[in-house]
Design a protein around this ligand. Sequence first.
Ligand code: AP5
Ligand code: MG
Length: 216
Amino acid sequence: MRILLVAPPGAGKGTQGALIATHFDVPHIATGDLLRDHVARRTPLGLSVQDCLDRGELVSDEIVLDIVRAEVEAAKAEGRGYVLDGMPRNMTQARAIYQIARTLDMTAQVVLHLVADDDELVRRLLARAALEHRSDDTEEVIRRRLAIYQEVTHPIVEWYDQRGILVAVDAMQSVDRVGRQILTALEAMRPLIKLVPDSARQSIDLTGLGKAFGNH
Ligand code: AP5
Ligand code: MG
């Protein structure tokens, strides 16, 4: 499976990305984790992006695209798919990753969009801050990350919707319920993905499922 996770900060990209990666035995490529690893190791790249990460601003497209290109090439060499978490973040990245993946015959088959309220996202990230001490988990920087998401990242969701490869999930439910809905949807789609061209597919909106069953 080749999956993109597009969602705001705190919606569960890392949590659900890890679950999907284990379930489908694909690498979990998380741009934020890869960048933070560079910062922790004080590599030249890490030193150059640290300020951006601390302030919640996006790192340059070239830097993240180089990182992701190498990771997708490695997945291809191993004959595996991927779950890509945190990329693309804007329209330039969306077009660029599509071109890179097309060259490798590795374009995404599903784009998972996790939907959650800002108040809940802030609550989750402040709760995480008490445990993990991420430099960007202060209330001010969290609000900045959410604003950037709304301004430049969320518009790409519409692009994937038009391409018919979007699956939207209600991320306000428990971690377990969100995970079960994602894996159920992906397992149901898996046999069809290979047979049905993108142009003949339609996006799927599962955000009403939780409410429909009255179980959050
Ligand atoms: P990145 O690391 O991608 O951070 P983010 O998008 O701000 O998202 P988070 O990692 O904070 O949240 P998440 O959605 O992964 O949620 P999680 O599962 O952890 O990016 C960081 C920075 O790197 C960016 O600001 C930018 O500077 C740079 N960057 C990265 N990619 C870039 C790119 N492509 N271009 C340019 N710059 C880039 O969950 C959050 C918390 O909530 C956890 O504690 C979790 O346990 C909890 N939780 C999860 N799900 C639930 C649930 N259903 N119910 C209750 N709690 C839950
Ligand atoms: Mg994350």
